[in-house]
Design a protein around this ligand. Sequence first.
Ligand code: CA2
Length: 150
Amino acid sequence: MSFRLLVLNGPNLNLLGTREPEIYGHDTLADVEARCHALLAAMGGNHELVFRQSNHEGELVTWIQQAIGTVDGIMINAGAYTHTSVAIHDALRAYQGQTIELHISNPHLREPFRHVSYVAPAADAVIAGLGVAGYEHGLEILVRKLGEKA
Ligand code: CA2
């Protein structure tokens, strides 16, 4: 069984590996993307992965809309839009596939404004606080969950 997977990254995640390494680590987003592709290749099954980042809320909404009927599972790190975006929440509610919300840090250990997520009520699962390794763990879980449903 092969699945079409989409990993979405929100604002400022293009800065990964360049600032605040004590929170987000030293890996760049390109490193993380490469590891996600390597993981899927190692898992076999010929899964298709599109990995994207945008600083623009509407672009993320458009990508989620385009995933409707074309993508089996989405993993999303919406960055700061996690805590503000009704638009991303609504788009994810319109998407029928499996959804995982991902965070590199654990927002609940940080400032109170990060304790609310508009993504979580529209997601099947939430992964947080595992560092960038969470991307690989999340993808593995996403593929496993899709396999259980197929
Ligand atoms: O922990 C996460 O993955 C977050 O989604 C990251 C967001 C933050 O607003 C969320 O509360 C939690 C911020 C992403 C910014 O990433 C940077 C990476 C390196 C340097 C500066 C920003």
